[in-house]
Design a protein around this ligand. Structure first.
Ligand code: ZN
Length: 651
């Protein structure tokens, strides 16, 4: 582990807090030190209040901020004397502790300080750095960890037995500090939990963290080498979709599944056994439950085994006040060595995948060393069902309708396709847009909102794109088959083969290819549905657009047959028939002006040439599409919904 300290950057800091924020970011930048909230920092300072009174205060990292990117705003100032007074109590429930620490804030609107605030306050140095460094925890969790620390550090590091974070940990530190001169140590290791370093100088506190972690890493590397695990593609994407469906059923709703690193298949059984002996650090139980599922050829039986083991684990708490969390695994090890995470949304699934990667690296060392000795079941369960964690869950916003769902939208670079992608994403779905227009890789380039450039008439390319979607997100629930082209005005007499063939290839045949390739995955989807974008021309064709009208009529018939064929699989298939949607690329200002003039209308009159005199937007079409797949119309399939402002030829 390398120090990231830079004197020029550090010199920019004007205050204690600026400097604290700077070195906190250095710690946050190293995922081997802190991963998704595992770690916190503080600085002690003074503050003159409104009445001119000088107070001793402590700035503690607040929850909800990321060490890697936060500035001074990520710290909450507390009245140090008041926090220290809490440590004088003999007992305090964790909920009361949280309330007392909230009351000690200098700013009533500041975010809650870390749960470890009292420990930070007790350590009698200006700067305190705390991490859950992988290497330290890996050594701590192998049998004889304490002796190994003695071998590595001699008497430079104080090792304390595990105590659950919260008030009990504060009491442990209070009693140790009362009898120990911490200045004799470079660090304090809290077994199975993490490491604290401290100094009156920000640089030295940070450097001690890097030094002790580097020594632990070097010890592991020199004795056992390094895990060289990488991600591999899913060999069988349909199997991935089936496993994700099974997990979603246990979770009681759609989950996203992310790829983690793979291990050699020959290690799976051994790692599986080690993984039953506790997580790397206690908070990992909150992200990933106490252990992963082990999945073989038939994921259903592996998931059923996980469920019954988890129900047993929960039941042994024998606490009627607790409510069991949904008994689904947050990650799974497949028998060929692949590993995937599962979470109720993309963020949670990604965190679980990162934690799984870190855990697998720890298992590499555990396997080499010969055993693993993480926290026991009761400690893990105490953490997983800790009142503070349960309260956090209760405060979570309810998920939006499509959270956890995975959607593909064809022709999503512009117009109706783009609007569908946007609305599905707003409603919580992961959305992958497919388009031949390369701009889609820029317009859709956020996590869970991704554009793939491909020719939708190329079935192999479509198959690859869907395999990519399943490999990266776990499955497929929604297909909005929208791709379409329009070429203006040729009567049948002059319509050339090239135009006819090109329009049918995109507007009709490409949809058959997409639906054909999607069915094996939709079969394992969660309330799966297909919506095709038809046209008013199906019911009310006009002269001069034979190829367009025929392609859309064919597409509608394809939708009807698909609805018949897929109903037994639970997949709904419906069509939306838009008309006069002018905020699309088909309608350039010139095309609009020409068409309006042809009818002797102004542009505004032309745009609202429907019974309701409504100006129809792409977004209106997208909302109609959503109604078929967001649970609004669960019992509807084979239906055709006009979005045209009312048309007397259609009605
Ligand atoms: Zn901690």
């Amino acid at each position: 582990m390398q120090s990231r300290w830079n004197n020029t950057d550090a010199a920019q800091a004007k205050t204690d807090l600026d400097l604290r924020a700077y070195s906190s970011r250095l710690i946050g930048a190293d995922t081997a030190l802190v991963l998704h909230g595992g770690g916190n920092t503080s600085v002690k300072s003074t503050h003159t209040d409104r009445f001119g009174e000088k107070l001793d205060i402590i700035w503690v990292k607040a929850s909800g901020f990321d060490l890697a990117s936060m500035g001074p705003e990520g710290f909450t100032a507390l009245d140090l004397r008041r926090v220290l007074k809490l440590a004088g109590l003999e007992s305090l429930s964790d909920a009361d502790m949280v309330n007392e620490v909230l009351c000690a804030r200098l700013d009533a609107s500041a975010a809650a300080a870390s749960i470890e605030a009292i420990v930070h306050a007790l350590i009698p140095f200006k700067f305190v750095d705390h991490s859950h460094a992988d290497a330290i925890l890996t050594i701590s969790n192998t049998p004889g960890g304490k002796e190994r620390f003695a071998e590595i550090y001699g008497d430079r590091v104080l090792v304390l037995p595990y105590i659950k974070p919260g008030f009990d940990l504060a009491i442990q530190f209070r009693d140790v500090i009362a009898n120990t001169d911490l200045s004799a140590y470079d660090a304090v290791i809290s077994e199975n939990h993490g490491v604290f370093t401290f100094d009156d100088d920000a640089f030295r506190s940070y450097e001690k963290m890097i030094l002790v972690v580097d020594e632990a890493e070097a010890w592991l590397r020199n004795n056992y080498g390094r895990a060289e695990f990488t991600q591999t593609d899913a060999g069988d994407p349909v199997g991935v979709a089936a496993a994700r469906k099974g997990v979603s059923d246990l979770a009681g709703g759609a989950v996203i599944s992310r790829k983690s690193k793979s291990i050699p298949g020959s290690n799976v059984q051994r790692y599986g056994a080690l993984l039953r002996k506790g997580t790397l650090t206690p908070e990992h139980v909150i992200h990933n439950k106490p252990y992963p599922a082990m999945l073989g050829d038939d994921p259903e039986s592996g998931l059923a085994a996980f469920r019954s083991e988890y129900v047993g684990y929960f039941g042994r708490a024998e606490d009627a006040d607790l409510t069991m969390l949904a008994p689904f695994p947050h990650w799974a090890l497949f028998e060929d060595g692949r590993c995937r995470s599962f979470g109720p949304n993309l963020k949670r699934a990604s965190i679980s995948a990162d934690v799984a990667d870190t855990t697998l690296e720890a298992m590499y060392y555990a396997d080499q060393i010969g055993d693993w000795q993480g926290l026991g079941e009761q400690d893990l369960r105490d953490l997983e069902y800790w009142e503070l964690e349960q309260a956090k869950l209760k405060r979570q916003k309810p998920a939006s309708e499509l959270t956890g769902k995975i959607a593909v939208v064809s022709g999503a670079a512009a117009g109706i396709g783009q609007a569908c992608a946007e609305v599905l994403f707003e409603k919580g779905a992961v959305v992958i847009g497919l388009d031949i227009d390369p701009s889609i890789s820029e317009t859709m380039s956020k996590p869970g909102y991704e554009g793939l450039v491909l020719d939708l008439t190329d079935e192999a390319a479509v198959a690859n794109a869907l395999a990519y979607v399943v490999d990266n997100y776990g499955g497929l629930d929604i297909v909005v088959s929208n791709a379409g082209i329009f070429r203006t005005g040729a009567k049948i007499e002059t319509l050339g083969d090239e135009d006819w063939d090109a329009i049918l290839a995109v507007n009709l045949s490409s949809h058959r290819k997409l639906i054909k390739q999607a069915v094996p995955f939709l079969r394992h989807g969660i309330n799966p549905g297909i919506v095709v974008i038809g046209s008013r021309n199906v019911a009310a064709p006009g002269g001069g657009a034979a190829a367009y009208s025929v392609s859309k009529a064919g597409l509608t018939q394809l939708m009807r047959v698909a609805a018949l064929e897929l109903a037994p699989e639970g997949v709904t298939v419906n069509a939306v028939h838009p008309d006069a949607v002018f905020d699309t690329r088909l309608w350039t200002p010139e095309a609009l002006a020409t068409s309006a003039a042809r009818y002797g209308l102004t542009i505004d009159e032309y745009k609202t040439r429907n019974l309701l005199k409504a100006e129809i937007k792409s977004r209106d079409v997208a909302l109609a599409v959503c109604a078929f797949i967001d649970g609004t119309l669960p019992a509807t399939t084979g239906a055709q919904l006009p979005v045209d402002g009312g048309n007397d030829r259609v009605i």
